[in-house]
Design a protein around this ligand. Structure first.
Ligand SMILES: [Zn+2]
Length: 184
């Protein structure tokens, strides 16, 4: 019933309309109803669109967006390291800045095609963004466990399109990718 691509450890029959996203390091499970999974997938589609625009511009294909919990889009962004020669513009920081001032981030959802790096994980933590939806964490695990341990609801959709899009870029431009994640 979940379809391919979900990293879901178990579905209890008592909660047939829910998926569990388990923190591998703490064993703590986050229960998400399938209605929300569907909503998160729609949010992820916006981030994927941004990643593809970035790729078309010759940039690193990582996109992000900021939504309210009910699904209202506040902003969208993408990695612009190559396009603008600015290493501080990651997908998450781009979306964050474009959302302008918000009184609270507790009820907002940051969605990004890839698990956030330490820099962007710090942003999520600093502003107490309540929910983080990531397209994948296989190409880069980022700070997901740290965010979970600090109370952020993390949903890893393990989306194949996100995985393939970035893996293809890394294979083609490994030096730009290493530059982006601070590897020498
Ligand atoms: Zn980042």
């Amino acid at each position: 019933m979940l379809g391919p691509g979900f990293r879901c450890d178990s579905i209890s029959s008592a909660f047939a309309a829910a998926a569990f996203f388990v923190n591998q390091s703490t064993g703590r499970a986050l229960c998400v109803t399938l209605d929300f999974v569907s909503l998160y997938e729609q949010m992820l589609a916006v981030a994927i669109e941004e990643a593809r625009i970035g790729l078309g511009e010759g940039g690193i294909p990582i996109g992000a967006a900021l939504f309210t919990r009910s699904g209202e889009l506040l902003s969208r962004g993408r990695n612009r390291r190559v396009q603008e020669g600015d290493p501080s513009v990651h997908g998450e920081t781009d979306a964050f800045r474009r959302a302008g001032r918000q009184r609270s981030y507790r009820n907002l959802v940051m969605v990004t095609t890839l698990a956030p790096c330490w820099y962007c994980s710090g942003l999520v933590r600093q502003f107490r963004i309540g929910t983080l939806v990531v397209g994948e964490s296989r190409n880069f695990a980022g700070g997901l466990d740290w965010l979970r341990e600090n109370g952020v609801d993390v949903i890893d959709l393990d989306n194949r399109e996100c995985r393939d899009l970035l893996a293809g870029y890394i294979a083609q431009y490994p030096e730009v990718w290493n530059e982006d994640i601070g590897e020498e």
